[in-house]
Design a protein around this ligand. Structure first.
Ligand code: XMP
Length: 534
């Protein structure tokens, strides 16, 4: 998406409009801006993050927020040309909360003073004490004499703006909490959105309450609103949707199906690299249970044929990515009158693509997606999840009645088992891998560990080892078990299984799967490793 570069944009060009009360978060580039949105969504408040460059007064008027939050950021307001809010936003008449850099921007733009230099920085835990007067923003705060907060700032406010008063101080931040009660402006030096400010959520709760939010952002309301919107957008045209069986595409498909029924056709591409029983599960679930129009594209021969003899990870990924698009397009072309393509794009993807700090990064792996399809096929997009975070998608899935076995599923990569089979892929290896993986997941479920783990799978190694079973010699494949904890897949740690669990699982795999005689556990974190093996 080219949004980030286009400067001032109209609000409607970026997000869909919603009838809920809206809160605008102006992003000045903090690493934790998304957490502000999380805290607010937890309070059933609808909010959107927009990079400061895009926030003009036209934009603000069009969005019509009921309150505004200025995020933190890495810059210094003392630097010429550093980020600012539009000056007129202070006359717009809605409550504003400034956080860290956002606090400094407020003070600077409203006539206070900010200083940088020696002795002004403060990073980490700090303790704020209250002033005599207690204000509504601090209801539920200072029940003990002090509150723990998280500071992370290089500059500090040395003089507050006219109209402001101090309501909390810390040893290094005499203006830790300030407010102009007349105008409903609040400014804090610390980050209430982070975990290390234990009572931070209360502060957001107070802010949205005093701004008059009704807290009407619920999944039930979202579902109704989206169904209406999809009907309006699509009219009597047709929609196609690539269904993988993963959470995002499943929830998107069920929601769109609720809105337009048989005008939706899903295409499920079986590339022969799926897990045991997976194709049947997806087809049964959506065709039989949900009565959806579903094309089960059995293209195993094509994919496995093209992959034959290929061992380079990037080559394998590129072959699969290209074939996937070709196959999808071939089947989609058979649906007459299809004008829309449904995608399970989530809000973090939207933020990423408009974020001013999200520059291009090094390609570690070519990710498999169908991103280029809409332009190639001349299709318009339907993206009913683009306002949601992952856990909200799960909540919506629950609201739509999708079974927990689908909603709580571990992520499964587009290239499937191909990237869990380092080196050349053969049908024999895939069959062995499927069996071992099924046992591993069965073990994890039996021990009640599935939901504690972000992702777990088996990789079959391109090496045979010698073993002894009964009185005979074996010469079979070795496999590696992988299980990680993670929040977003960007970083990960290995899961600390007990030795008993590992021993029992290895025994089961070696005894029950013909072709594997050695089992290892991968204890690499990410970084330096990645979650998948290729
Ligand atoms: P890595 O291996 O890069 O994986 O640490 C991070 C997360 O992304 C998943 N993954 C993919 N997902 N298409 C996807 O849809 C892909 O090409 C792909 N490659 C990796 C991986 O399973 C993990 O959850």
């Amino acid at each position: 998406m080219a949004l980030a570069k286009s400067g001032a944009l109209s609000y409607a060009a970026i997000m869909t409009e919603t009838s809920h009360d809206r809160l605008l978060i102006i992003d000045f580039g903090s690493q934790v801006t998304q957490l502000i949105a999380r805290r607010l969504r937890e309070l059933n408040v609808y909010c959107e993050i927009h990079p400061y460059q895009n926030v003009t007064m036209d934009f603000v008027r069009e969005m019509d927020p009921k309150a505004v939050i200025f995020s933190g950021g890495p810059d210094s307001v003392t630097r010429e040309g550093s980020p600012r809010a539009p000056q007129e936003i202070f006359d717009y008449g809605v409550p504003i909360l400034g956080i860290c850099y956002g606090q400094q921007v407020m003070m600077h733009q409203l006539g206070g003073k900010v200083e940088s230099g020696h002795g002004t920085a403060e990073f980490g835990r700090a303790y704020v004490t209250p002033s005599e007067e207690r204000i509504d923003l601090l209801t539920g705060w200072f029940l003990e004499q002090t509150e723990q907060v998280w500071m992370s700032h290089g500059d500090h406010v040395s003089e507050i703006a006219p109209g402001f008063q101090v309501y909390g101080t810390s040893p290094n931040a005499p203006f830790a909490i300030t407010a102009d009660l007349e105008r409903n402006f609040y400014a804090v030096q610390f980050h209430p959105e982070v975990h290390h400010t234990p009572n931070g959520a209360t502060l957001y709760e107070n802010f949205v309450r005093l701004a008059g939010f009704k807290g009407d952002w619920t999944m039930g309301a979202y579902r109704e609103q989206m169904v209406e919107k999809i009907r309006e957008e699509v009219g009597d045209k047709k929609v196609i949707c690539g269904l993988s069986g993963g959470v995002d595409s499943s929830v998107a498909a069920v929601l769109i199906h609720e809105a337009i029924g048989d005008q939706l056709t899903c295409v499920f591409v079986d590339h022969g690299l799926l897990r045991k029983g997976e194709a049947e599960e997806v087809v049964t679930m959506f065709r039989d249970n949900y009565n959806m129009q579903l094309i089960h594209a059995d293209e195993q021969e094509l994919f496995l044929g093209e992959l034959d003899g290929q061992s380079d990870p990037e080559t394998k990924r590129k072959i699969i990515g290209k074939l996937f698009i070709d196959v999808f397009q071939k089947h989609a072309d058979t649906i007459e009158g299809a004008e829309f393509l449904a995608q399970g794009t989530l809000y973090p993807d939207v933020i990423e693509s408009v974020s001013f700090s999200g520059g291009p990064s090094v390609t570690i792996k070519s990710h498999h997606n169908v991103g280029g399809l809409p332009e190639k096929m001349g299709l318009k997009l339907v993206e009913p999840l683009r306002e949601l975070f992952k856990d909200e998608v799960r909540a919506l899935g629950r609201e739509l009645g999708l079974p927990q076995s689908f909603i709580g599923r571990h992520p499964f990569p587009g290239p499937g088992l191909a990237i869990r089979c380092p080196g050349e892929i053969t049908r024999e290896k895939l069959d062995i891998l499927r069996e071992a993986d099924a046992i591993y997941i069965d073990q994890i479920r039996k021990h009640g560990l599935y939901d504690d783990i972000w992702q777990a799978f088996v990789a079959i190694l391109p090496v045979r080892t010698v073993g002894v079973m009964g009185d005979g010699r074996t010469y079979d494949y070795a496999c590696a078990l992988r299980a990680v904890t993670s929040v977003d897949g960007m970083t990960a740690d290995y899961y600390p299984f007990s030795h008993e669990f590992l021993g029992e699982t290895a025994t089961r795999i070696i005894n029950e799967v013909k072709g594997i005689n050695r089992c290892t556990y991968d204890i690499t974190s990410k970084p330096p490793g990645t979650i998948e093996w290729e």
